[in-house]
Design a protein around this ligand. Structure first.
Ligand code: ADP
Length: 178
């Protein structure tokens, strides 16, 4: 599986599945979540509401992932995952790793070959970018094989990109830009 770093906006990615840094309500929010619902249109929210009315009545638990249509986005699916809020007193790294692992598993089950991730939890949820990048890359690299052939990390600004570049270098990999 190829790992690619992209500087850009997740809503513009022409991939099979884009991952949303959602919150457990699945009913929208700020950051990536707000952008995906704004650009993707009401179809995504309608499917999220249906999920809340069926198997996720209590909301989507942190670290889990579920797919909906991508509406008007140039992708086929949105995979919603709920990152942990960063805590200075409790290690929630396993939950952040779970977001990447579970999203990839859902992507594989859908038959997605290309998947784009944002830097989950590193915005409103306050996860430090260096650690968030390290967890993201290590987890994806170590994830069980699926049909997914290419994972891109879509970084919104040059700081986030630089952290992912460094973390990828630390894994001994050469940065591959599309
Ligand atoms: P969380 O609540 O999980 O922290 P956010 O959406 O607030 O999620 O932020 C996650 C990361 O995504 C942050 O690094 C933020 O800068 C970045 N980001 C925000 N909007 C976009 C976007 N449209 N495309 C890609 N990354 C984005």
């Amino acid at each position: 599986m190829r790992i690619v770093l992209v500087r850009g906006d997740i809503t513009e990615q022409r991939v099979d599945a884009v991952v949303n840094a959602a919150n457990s309500s699945l009913l929208g929010g700020g950051g990536v979540d707000g952008a995906i619902h704004r650009r993707g249109g009401p179809e995504i929210l309608a499917e999220c509401r249906a999920l809340r009315a069926s198997q996720y009545g209590g909301g989507l638990p942190t670290g889990q992932a579920v797919a909906t249509t991508a509406g008007r986005l140039p992708a086929r699916w949105v995979i919603h995952t709920v990152g942990p809020v960063h805590s200075g007193s409790e290690d929630r790294s396993h939950l952040l790793a779970s977001c990447y692992r579970e999203s990839l598993r859902v992507a594989g089950d859908l038959g997605a070959r290309t998947v784009a991730f944002p830097a989950i939890s590193t915005g409103i949820y306050g996860w430090p970018l260096d650690d968030g990048a390290r967890i993201a890359l290590r987890t994806v690299r170590a994830a069980p094989a699926t049909l997914v052939e290419e994972v891109s990390f879509v970084l919104f600004d040059s700081t986030a990109y630089a952290h992912f570049e460094r973390a990828l270098g630390d894994l001994g990999e050469i940065v591959d830009t599309p």
